[in-house]
Design a protein around this ligand. Structure first.
Ligand code: C2E
Ligand code: CA
Ligand code: CA
Ligand code: CA
Length: 272
């Protein structure tokens, strides 16, 4: 038994060493990526279900590592958050989003773009001024910018988040709650905070037709949002039946592979 315990511990610590080595490697590669601007924003169109038009899109970051190829944001965003590098990366995302939006608008394509914000960005006191200045320099109307926050941010420090969102609202920027339905926060924030959109989490949409419980949850979210005058975006829509269900129950917007994967700026522009 002793032998066993020892080998388990050894195995476990090898594993830990491996994962911390991987993290340290990733961290220094990320620093280099920031300097060398190895990131790109992909844009995933959001379909307006009543007009069947594309009125907005979500900016999703991509990292091309010269040595490894594409690294998924699911892999490097958590490390960027843990190391504080997300502050710099997040600022790049904001600048680049506003640059792409301005370019689209110059071509007469009046699209709205949403940006994902990490919790630590909300705690960064310089972020509001950064958004304000970047918007001002670009001359872009703030109503075309939207910020996505997860519910996790709201449980952190309610007063701080509330102040942050009031300032965002004053600027004229919209706010969406991302991955809605997966957090553990009380729903009372929905009437207390200036929120414009709820994005139904993909986990409810993937098996929408297979599980009646998911249908019940999705219907309830849409009904609640509608009575609170919030608009609903369903994410992860891959099948026609899911789209039909969402449309029939009054969902306002749809995002997912059924309509389009995230696209490069050029491909997105051609789609419009
Ligand atoms: P998210 O914000 O929930 O974004 C939705 C993710 O689902 C994206 O993955 C998107 O490509 C994917 N997706 C969209 N439609 C479908 C579909 O129909 N089926 C399936 N299977 N997937 C779909 P992606 O681009 O890999 O991003 C993963 C996560 O990384 C995002 O989840 C977000 O939390 C984070 N992220 C991405 N870009 C940024 C960024 O610029 N800043 C921050 N802080 N986080 C980001
Ligand atoms: Ca998002
Ligand atoms: Ca989401
Ligand atoms: Ca997510």
């Amino acid at each position: 038994a002793k032998q066993n315990v020892k080998s388990v511990i050894q195995f476990y610590s090898e594993d830990l060493k491996d994962s911390s080595r991987k993290r340290i490697e990733m961290e220094s590669a990320l620093r280099e990526a920031i300097e060398k601007k190895q990131f790109e924003l992909y844009l995933q169109p959001v379909l307006n279900l009543s007009s069947e038009n594309i009125t907005q899109a979500e900016a999703l970051i991509r990292w091309y590592r010269p040595d490894l190829g594409m690294v998924s944001p699911a892999e490097f965003i958590p490390i960027a958050e843990q190391t504080g590098l997300i502050i710099k990366i997040g600022k790049w995302v904001i600048e680049e989003s506003i640059r792409l939006l301005s370019e689209l608008h110059r071509q007469g394509k009046y699209i709205k773009l949403s940006i994902n914000l990490s919790p630590s960005q909300v705690n960064d006191r310089s972020l509001l001024d950064f958004i304000r200045c970047t918007l001002k320099e670009s001359g872009l109307n703030a109503k075309y910018l939207e910020l996505e926050l997860t519910e996790g941010v709201l449980v952190d420090d309610f007063d701080k988040v509330s102040d942050f969102l009031q300032e965002i609202r004053k600027m004229g920027v919209s706010v969406a709650i991302d991955d809605f339905g997966t957090g553990y926060s009380s729903l009372s924030y929905l009437q207390k905070l200036p929120i414009d959109y709820l994005k139904i989490d993909q986990s409810f949409v993937f098996n929408l037709m297979e599980h009646e419980s998911n249908q019940a949850i999705v219907k309830a979210i849409i009904a609640m949002a509608t009575s609170l005058k919030l608009e609903v975006i369903a994410e992860g829509v891959e099948k026609e039946e899911q789209k039909a269900f969402l449309k029939a129950h009054g969902c306002h917007f749809l995002q997912g592979y059924l309509f389009s994967r995230p696209l490069t700026y050029d491909d997105f522009r051609k789609l419009l």
